[in-house]
Ligand binder design. Structure first.
Ligand code: AMP
Length: 246
């Protein structure tokens, strides 16, 4: 399968060529067609599987073909919430890369820095907002951000979000989203608390799963040696000294 087979619009295909993406990753091949049909999606996928493009490409395509990004209508139409500043920046860069021929604008907001440049980007108008939960709520409370025009919502790395104690922030954000929307939900693991959270966000979601958690890279061969704690170090040294081992 190639990206051409996914019925993507020419401006997105051209941008993907620029970054040398030819074959969709597993999560992209399964999630992009569903998301293009406006289904809600729950994906278990870790960072490194290509999940950013799996949600960014359909959102860009929906917005680019809806003509709603014309001047005078730069409301925030897509919101991606992710736990850390690093992830937020990477996701923003991905939207810019894949969307560079679409005229859609994105901006990234996160805490720990002064809000001036973030609020002035918001004032100029953006179509897609990538945010960490705390700063998002903060700027919503200050009146810089309204979620009333959101059509596409992504919750990224949901399990990490809960581990970092963002559950109350997430619930406050969800409460402000329009009911009529498409939601995409990604988490590396799916414990009960995450499944419950997903139920509050998604409607009849389609499941996509790739690379089960803790799967090993295919190039690595694994062996099991039964040992005890006292001899573990010696055994490890013995194995590492084996010239056959590369
Ligand atoms: P992610 O899991 O979204 O953080 O992506 C992991 C890395 O894979 C990023 O560096 C992407 O640029 C890259 N990537 C994502 N999709 C593809 C693809 N279809 N072909 C080649 N590289 C990709």
């Amino acid at each position: 399968m190639t990206f051409e087979d996914l019925k993507l619009i020419p401006p997105i295909l051209k941008a993907l060529k620029d970054v040398d993406y030819i074959t969709p990753t597993d999560i992209q091949a399964s999630a992009i067609p569903l998301a293009l049909r406006k289904e809600d999606v729950i994906g278990s996928a870790q960072t490194g599987t290509g999940k950013t493009a799996a949600f960014a490409i359909p959102i860009l395509q929906h917005l680019a073909t809806s003509n709603q990004h014309n001047k005078g209508n730069r409301n925030i139409k897509a919101l991606v919430v992710t736990p850390t500043r690093e992830l937020a920046i990477q996701i923003g860069e991905s939207f810019s890369e894949y969307g560079k021929y679409t005229h859609l604008r994105n901006t990234v907001i996160f805490g720990g820095v002064s809000q001036g440049s973030q609020t002035s980007a918001l004032r100029d108008g953006v179509d897609i907002l990538v945010a960490t939960p705390g700063r998002l709520l903060d700027l919503m409370n200050q009146g810089f951000i309204s979620l009333e025009h959101i059509q596409y919502f992504v919750l990224d790395e949901a399990d990490r979000m809960l581990d970092m104690g963002f559950i109350h922030d997430i619930k406050k954000i969800i409460a402000k989203l329009p009911r009529q929307r498409q939601s995409l939900f990604f988490s590396a693991t799916m414990p009960k608390s995450i499944v419950e959270l997903s139920r509050q966000i998604l409607k009849n979601p389609k499941k996509v799963a790739v690379n089960p958690v803790s799967s090993t890279a295919e190039t690595i061969q694994q062996y099991l040696y039964t040992t005890n704690k006292a001899s573990k170090n010696d055994l490890l040294l013995h194995i590492l000294q084996d010239p056959e081992m590369d």
